[in-house]
Design a protein around this ligand. Structure first.
Ligand code: NAD
Length: 477
């Protein structure tokens, strides 16, 4: 059985006994074991990343960085089926979703490989003969903390721009997905252009390693993807060293369905948009806001679509929705279904299926936007349905939570589509679609959904500093 170790300075380490197990949420079987890390290991990895950065060869060689990122993409591609199988085994998502996120990660690596060679500063003549240069320099050591729900894409989404910018890195994977992470790290270890010490990784089962990275004076920037609750702790922890934080946090995406929407298209998009990864994705459609006049029709179609979804093991090609991450999530979500029945009206009651961490979809009506069921991220296949009378109410409801990660608008009126997408305070708004993510397109949150942007050219910003160099005229010959 495989045991995932730490990867520090180009060497696999298994300091300490392999005490922690990684289990398959679909059947409870043990996938493998991993070695949990410690504060000391996190500090050691940060020191190694610091030394690799300070040595300068990496941070000053954009062509080397581009080459290394292309090699990473090639190694990931060569291992894509093995990686996807591990994602299914540890995370429970569908095989197609697992392969999709692996391909997404490869796309990130190639995109940032190209950008590595396109990082430029600017120059300005402040007054006659007075030249200011504005250089873009790597920020230093990046601490990258990733969650379990998309362990391949979300890692490369931060690591790609960090490496392109010239940073070195320490990574902390989620406790639920150590084996898939170790397989990715092996891909990196096999890249001849990636110098030892540039990328380091320390596992853990609790919060000690992550906290040590946030506290470390050797780490200059934290790129965190996870819940808003943890994001707040990270921001508070980072205050001690005043390090920079990029936070990609939780969401509660509303999907607004107007009376003139193509309902067939809306139902198709939103079945996928709400149940992808069993609803365990930050940008999942979590609230359906529907115009009064089409609410009953939309609801009936959604219920039919949800009932038709085959829930089952991610490894089974017949399955259309995989398992939750663990049995504890199933219990938590069962409690929320009860609450939805008390505070709202259950239109379709989901429930467990078989012995694994499966849960069939739930749809419930609710009117009170202040209910925690509307305000909080539920992170599972449970969606609320609210109605609105006019556009102003639709926008007010869409903006009624503390989150602002993503939203979608369904209408055949292009003016309304543009007006409403402008009025919704969210980092991404999809029109007549839901859940379209690209390496090229910036993503990030308003409000409590986060700080900064990943993906796209702006994804580099977290990992770059701007330096002003002024040339006093007439002194240098
Ligand atoms: P989480 O916040 O519990 O954990 C995320 C990571 O942070 C894990 O690696 C965890 O071990 C680590 N961590 C936990 N406590 C820490 C601490 N005190 N200091 C440092 N690190 C710590 O989130 P999760 O349950 O793993 O993931 C689900 C959450 O992630 C959801 O809220 C989801 O919306 C969010 N998410 C956001 C995005 C995005 O792009 N905005 C993408 C995916 C997931």
């Amino acid at each position: 059985m495989t045991t995932a170790g730490h990867y520090i300075g180009g060497i696999w380490r298994d300091d300490g006994p392999p005490v922690a197990e990684s289990t398959n949420p679909a059947d409870g079987s043990v996938v493998g074991r991993y070695v949990p890390g410690s504060r000391a290991l996190a500090d050691e990895a940060a020191g190694v990343a610091r030394a690799a950065f300070d040595a300068g060869a990496w941070s000053m060689s954009p062509r080397l960085r581009a080459q290394a990122l292309y090699e990473i993409a090639d190694r990931l591609e060569a291992a894509k089926n093995e990686i996807a199988d591990l994602v299914v085994a540890e995370n429970g998502k569908l095989r197609a979703e697992a392969l999709g996120e692996t391909m997404g990660a490869i796309s990130e690596a190639r995109y940032y490989a190209g950008l590595a060679r396109a990082i430029r500063g600017t120059m300005q003549e402040i007054a006659p003969g007075q030249m200011s240069l504005f250089q873009r320099e790597p920020a230093g050591v990046a601490g990258i903390i990733v969650p379990w729900n998309a362990p391949v894409t979300l890692l490369l989404r931060s690591l790609g721009p960090a490496l392109a910018a010239g940073c070195t890195a320490v990574i902390k994977p989620a406790a639920q997905t150590p084996l898939v992470h170790a397989r990715i790290m092996q891909c990196l270890a096999d890249c001849p252009s990636l110098p030892p010490g540039v990328v380091n990784s320390v596992n853990e089962s609790g919060t000690e390693v992550g906290e040590a990275m946030v506290a470390s004076a050797d780490v200059d920037v934290i790129s965190f993807t996870g819940s808003s609750r943890t994001g707040k702790k990270i921001m508070a922890g980072a205050a001690q060293t005043l390090k920079r934080v990029g936070l990609e946090l939780g969401g509660k995406a509303p999907a607004v369905i107007f009376a003139d929407a193509d309902l067939d298209k809306a139902v198709k998009e939103l079945t996928h948009g709400s149940l992808n990864m069993a609803g365990q994705i930050c940008v999942a459609a979590a609230r359906f806001l529907v115009h009064d006049s089409v609410a009953r029709d939309f609801e009936a179609r959604m219920v039919a679509a949800y009932r038709a979804v085959r829930v089952g093991p991610g490894a089974d090609p017949q399955s259309q929705m995989g398992s939750l991450i663990d049995m504890a999530s199933q219990r938590r979500l069962m409690g929320l279904i009860e609450q939805a029945g008390d505070e709202g009206e259950l239109v379709l009651r989901g429930g467990p299926l078989g012995a694994g961490a499966f849960l069939t979809p739930t749809l419930f009506r609710i009117d009170d936007v202040q209910s925690p069921l509307v305000q909080e991220e539920l992170f599972g296949p449970i969606v609320s349905l609210e109605t609105f009378a006019d556009e102003a109410e639709a926008v007010a409801r869409a903006n009624a939570t503390a989150y602002g990660l993503a939203a979608s608008v369904f209408t055949s009126d292009v003016s309304r589509a543009m007006r409403v997408s402008r009025a919704i305070r969210a980092g991404t708004v999809w029109i007549n679609s839901h859940l379209r993510l690209f390496a090229e397109a910036e993503t990030g949150g308003y409000g409590q959904s986060g700080l900064g942007r990943l993906h796209g050219i702006e994804g580099l910003n977290d990992f770059l500093e701007t330096k002003h160099v002024f040339l006093e005229p007439g002194v240098i010959q």
